[in-house]
Design a protein around this ligand. Sequence first.
Ligand SMILES: C[S@@+](CC[C@H](N)C(=O)[O-])C[C@H]1O[C@@H](n2cnc3c(N)ncnc32)[C@H](O)[C@@H]1O
Length: 162
Amino acid sequence: MSVNLLLHSPQYRPNLSSMIRSAEFYGLTKVYIIDANNLLRPPSESKKARAEMEKMARVWTAGAIEFVEIIKIEDLKLFLAEYEGRKIATLVDESARNLNEFQFQEGDLLIMGSEKEGLPEEVLPLLDQAVYIPALGHTPCLNVAVTCGIVLHQALKSIAEK
Ligand SMILES: C[S@@+](CC[C@H](N)C(=O)[O-])C[C@H]1O[C@@H](n2cnc3c(N)ncnc32)[C@H](O)[C@@H]1O
């Protein structure tokens, strides 16, 4: 068992691909997604469009897509209510828990927000914890796919060292 990943409404395919790639690299076999921006849907329903989309997905994820099941979540509230592990938000919020000091557990669900909006306010009360990667410089936040790689790495390290 490992951790799980939920991508909340990613807006750009390169970021989505990069997160799928990182998830697979760290051994996750499934990724949950709220696909509010229809990134998983080809531009048209034609066979050619679907084939191109599949090819692009393989290229952009460096082949990781072959090994990861992408599970679309339609009802987030229900999904979170039924999820058995802890639900951990990643937030651009200095009052959230410092990622480096946070003890992760097997089965934790790591949740990434969207590029522009982050996680919607109404979702936060449904979650158990929130973690923040402290900035050392002046840039206000990280790219979501970069965050995803860092959080996955730290989560698995923290579980392994427990
Ligand atoms: C570009 S940020 C969102 C910016 C948005 N304006 C906000 O304040 O939430 C996109 C996502 O990356 C993650 N993220 C970026 N920087 C982070 C940080 N320093 N700590 C934790 N998560 C971060 C979060 O999941 C966030 O929802």
